[in-house]
Design a binder for this molecule. Structure first.
Ligand code: AHR
Length: 475
């Protein structure tokens, strides 16, 4: 039970700001799109989430039993967490599609809903890994209701292990990219691309894009799989997943100019380091098998799976706790995606950019708060409900989830662990006021009436609530 708060302090702070007519909590904005909470959907790996032009988000992914194709639909990303899940198709009783069902993807091709997936036979031994790519097709306008039936098998260049296919259109041409084991190359899988003539037939020779050779690609298994495409800032970014599906699983990235010949392997440059990896500070392990979408405001969202613990007993492939997660995808000054770190469990974090000096954000170096623009993860703070009624909030850096912003009488702001004291319960409470007219917000300090989180030179300190340096833009 949190100790009682000083009502005088709370009323003082709220009055100091609510007296300014413009600063009213933008409840409508808050209600328009609820903030997703990670993990978004438990035990759904390899998730594909996309926003269709019907205004809905569709989500599919692998289930722990690997025995069926499922689909969810929601008007918001957050709504996918509780959306009903339709079972569209189940693996067959016998034959080549009676075992594992992996990594489905929903696509609309020539007006038809198609789901690509990898499947293998049941029965014993290694035959269950005789995985090949198939598609089912919907004989109706609504993918949630079907009816769905088998369209056939992907005509791959070799009769070998192939999976994790995706399709995209670029400059009016439809491409297909997938992971496959190539005869004569000692890896689990490499990435390939080709133009598509029809949903299961390539229009020409496949191009090998990458073979896992770097140390971070071959940990446990030599793997390049799960390609996903993002077209931004004049380039195509193809992320892929590498290494074993335990905590060593991570994202790599290939980049091509949007005007390049995508079927020429030399058009694609591989990032020498992984772009997204396990983060012990936020307790997300083995992030990977991603897709991309946009949120309700059109901002880029990274979709991926990850566990919230490191140690796995048995084969990670049969550990069910690869949960679906989402987070904002930002971009560096040169236009390349900045993946940061997997942000961890809880409501999505935000960045707070000073309205007075946009080069400065609320950030931290260790337990020291700073005003600057260091690495992305140092600028991401999670807002959680406070302990002074429903208008109070607490702020915590994603890299130090057990620390909170605390207001001090001398005007300083510090990061402190929850000391479970009345003093901490007062000093760690803020009230957020969003001003729709200016698109800015303020965080009033309940413990220091009339003061709010502000920019003071290259420091983050308490300033007068009405000062321009107390205004922030959430990003
Ligand atoms: O989740 C099942 C398979 O495991 C996926 O198809 C692949 O990306 C991962 O290695």
């Amino acid at each position: 039970m949190s100790p009682p708060l000083s009502r005088r302090g709370f009323i003082g702070s709220a009055a100091a700001l609510s007296a300014a007519p413009a600063f009213a909590r933008a409840a409508a904005d808050q209600a328009a799109a609820p903030v997703p909470v990670n993990p978004l959907v438990r035990q759904r790996a390899d998730a594909q989430i996309f926003r269709h032009d019907d205004g809905h988000y569709y989500m599919t992914g692998s289930v722990p039993e690997y025995d069926r194709l499922v689909l969810r639909r929601s008007r918001t990303i957050a709504g996918l967490a509780t959306a009903p899940e339709a079972i569209l198709w189940r693996h067959e009783r016998t034959g080549p599609r009676s075992g594992f069902i992996w990594a489905p993807e929903l696509h609309q091709i020539d007006g038809k809903w198609v789901i690509y997936f990898a499947a293998g036979p049941s029965g014993g031994g290694d035959d269950v890994f005789r995985i090949r790519t198939y598609a089912v097709v919907c004989d109706g306008p609504d993918p949630m209701t079907g009816p769905w039936s088998l369209l056939g098998e992907f005509q791959a260049p070799w009769d070998s292990f192939n999976l994790d296919s995706t399709s995209f259109v670029h400059k009016g041409v439809r491409y297909f990219t997938w992971a496959q084991r190539e005869p004569g190359i000692d890896t689990n899988s490499n990435l390939y691309i080709a133009k598509l003539e029809s949903p299961l037939k390539l229009a020409g020779k496949a191009t090998r894009l990458t073979v896992p050779t770097l140390d971070w690609e071959v940990r446990g298994y030599k793997v390049a799989e799960a390609p996903a495409i993002l077209h931004r800032n004049g380039r195509l970014f193809m992320t892929y997943s590498a290494s074993a599906t335990d905590a060593r699983y991570c994202l790599g990235m290939l980049t091509a100019d949007e005007n390049a010949d995508l079927l020429d392997a030399k058009s694609w440059t591989k990032s020498p380091q992984p772009v997204f990896t396990t983060c012990k500070e936020t307790s997300v392990y083995g992030p990977g098998h991603n897709s991309f979408t946009v949120d309700e405001q059109g901002r880029d969202i990274l979709v991926y799976h990850g566990r919230d613990y490191e140690a796995i007993t048995g084969d990670p492939l049969f550990n069910p706790d690869r949960h679906t997660r989402v987070q904002r995808l930002y971009f560096a000054a040169d236009g390349t995606p900045d993946f940061g770190v997997p942000v961890g469990n809880g409501p999505l974090p935000e960045r707070f950019v000073s309205a007075a000096d946009p080069t400065k954000l609320i950030a931290h170096e260790g337990a020291r708060l700073i005003a600057g623009n260091p690495a992305l993860a140092q600028t991401q703070f999670r807002q959680t409900p406070g302990r002074a009624g429903d208008r109070s909030v607490m702020l915590s850096p994603i890299l130090m989830p057990d620390h909170y912003l605390v207001a001090n009488k001398d005007g300083s702001l510090t990061l402190e662990p929850d000391r479970k004291t009345a003093d901490f319960a007062l000093r760690s409470q803020f009230v957020r006021f969003d001003d729709r007219a200016t698109g800015t917000l303020r965080f009033a300090a309940i413990a220091v009436p009339g003061k709010a989180i502000g920019l003071s030179g290259d420091q983050i300190r308490l300033v007068r609530s009405r000062d321009a340096t107390a205004r922030w833009r959430a990003d």
